[in-house]
Design a protein around this ligand. Structure first.
Ligand code: PEP
Length: 247
């Protein structure tokens, strides 16, 4: 019913030389059974789009401004990403929320801008370790999802990524029960917020690697992964894609 999605987030990594990883990845998965997405640094989007050739690999940005254009030095707009060859954009990644003070309202405005430009918004939410230890994980992600989802969201133009902040880049991963509990909660919240809730893909993100991908993908309601470090090379990302294809 929901096509699975293996999404990579290259963050602030990648030079032109690293596009060889795209060639290796597309060669290794010429006709994948899942959707593939790499969210590249803005400097590489156009060249990555060229490097993928006719392969189904999709390319995304990692953030966008809520405005279409204007006096915002250093920012990038959703139409610019689209123009460069992107079909998706991550919004509300915890690193953007922490480093740039982005609020749920900012994220909702960015997602709406993405939709307006014809991009799929990958909306990230997730609790901190303090929030989890205080027993607040479910209320935090419920509040973030409610505040970050714009009225323009549909199942076709929106993906949700549950990324516990304490699991990102740390090697720590929630138990499969914890992941299942959050994903079940998010699905219920989506049902309250929009019509096509059962068709919206909800990814897990946070220290996904080849060795843990299989058990994470077996959790009900996990429709794929948003992968940071392990998406940077084809050697690391390829087995995660295969695990998702086999899930
Ligand atoms: C991320 O940045 O979205 C992420 C999940 O990173 P990592 O896989 O490296 O934990």
């Amino acid at each position: 019913m929901r096509r699975k999605l293996a999404a990579g987030n290259w963050k602030m990594n990648g030079l032109v030389d690293d596009l060889r990883e795209i060639k290796a990845l597309t060669d290794a998965h010429p006709d994948p059974d899942v959707d593939l997405l790499i969210c590249a640094p803005a400097t590489l989007i156009a060249q990555m789009a060229w490097a993928r050739g006719t392969h189904a690999l999709q390319i995304g940005g990692q953030t966008c401004h809520a405005d279409r254009s204007g006096a915002h030095t250093g920012d990038i707009s959703a139409p610019m990403l689209r123009d460069a060859g992107a079909s998706h954009v991550i919004v509300g990644h915890s690193e953007r929320r922490a480093d740039h003070g982005e609020t749920d309202a900012d994220v909702a405005a960015q997602a709406a801008a993405a939709h307006g430009a014809g991009l799929v918004a990958v909306i990230c939410i997730g609790e901190t370790l303090d929030q989890r230890e205080a027993g607040d994980a479910l209320s935090v992600v419920t509040s973030q999802l409610t505040g970050s989802l714009p009225a323009s969201a549909t199942a076709a133009n929106t993906v949700i990524a549950y990324e516990p902040v304490w699991a990102i880049g740390t090697g720590k991963v929630p138990t499969t029960d914890q992941i299942g509990e959050v994903h079940g909660t998010l699905r219920a919240v989506l049902r309250d917020l929009m019509k096509q809730a059962s068709s919206v893909r909800v990814l897990y993100g946070g220290s996904v690697k080849a060795s843990n991908a299989g058990e994470i993908f077996a959790v009900p309601d996990v429709d794929g992964a948003l992968v940071g470090g392990a998406s940077l090379t084809a050697a690391d990302f390829s087995p995660i894609i295969t695990a998702l294809e086999n899930a």
